[in-house]
Write a protein that binds this ligand. Structure first.
Ligand code: NAG
Length: 226
């Protein structure tokens, strides 16, 4: 009995240690707390909601990308979200997500929904593979917005399906196109992301969908009468 207890205890310690190695830590900092945008962040969004959203976005992305074990994922131990007065909307760099407090201040509409969508987009940049820097920027941004699309945080200003000029235009245009590709083969975007772990080739589209990307774009445009 004592032996069993010892065994159970040591198993728990090992489990805790394993969990500790792989658990991601999330830190949220409001560096703009004395400005109008920072105050609005505290009132309408808050540190705790942000932290929970970082957790749920990560779980959503791992599931969507079919990254079921730590070996499938990027080795990231800590993700930091920083609210600060800067330019633009948001960006991700060095496992940090920066959101502009001025954008929060100016935003009219469903601020919490918009903020959540922005976090899903930026969190995708934390976890997605970039083909060792070879993946076109438009595809990188398109995958981040594809995640936002699948999580159903779609801003009203987005293009409709079938709109846009080029498959690699980025953001909403590429996200809608990737959604079409994903409808041809369920899990396409997950498999494309896996292939980009070590490099990038336009042939990935041919390998997964038996068509080159320009033909796929033509078919996509035709489907929506363009
Ligand atoms: C906000 O103002 C308070 C009081 O002056 C100060 O202690 C605090 O450091 C300020 N916060 C930031 C992020 O600058």
């Amino acid at each position: 009995m004592a032996y069993n207890h010892m065994f159970l205890l040591s198993s728990l310690v090992v489990l805790a240690a394993l969990h500790g190695i792989h658990a991601v830590e999330y830190v949220v900092t409001n560096n703009a707390e004395n400005s109008t945008g920072g105050v609005r962040f505290n009132n309408d969004i808050g540190i705790e909601y942000s932290r929970q959203t970082l957790v749920s976005a990560t779980e959503f992305i791992w599931r969507l990308f079919q990254q079921n074990t730590p070996a499938d994922r990027k080795d990231v131990q800590r993700v930091t979200l920083i609210i600060e007065n800067t330019d633009g909307i948001a960006y991700a760099e060095n496992d940090e997500i920066h959101v502009n407090a001025n954008y929060i201040k100016e935003y009219s509409g469903d601020l919490k929904g918009e903020f959540t969508g922005v976090l899903y987009h930026e969190m995708t940049h934390i976890w997605q593979w970039n083909g060792n820097g070879q993946t076109p920027g438009g595809l990188i941004e398109g995958i981040a917005d594809f995640v936002r699309l699948k999580a159903n945080y779609i801003p009203s200003h987005w293009v409709q399906p079938g709109q846009g000029d080029r498959w690699d235009q980025g953001y909403d245009v590429t996200a809608r196109f990737l959604d079409y590709c994903n409808s041809l083969r369920n899990g396409f975007v997950a498999e494309l992301n896996k292939k980009m772990r070590s490099g990038y080739s336009a042939d990935f589209f041919v390998e997964l969908l038996r068509n080159n990307v320009d033909q796929l774009w033509t078919d996509y445009k035709a489907k929506y009468g363009n």
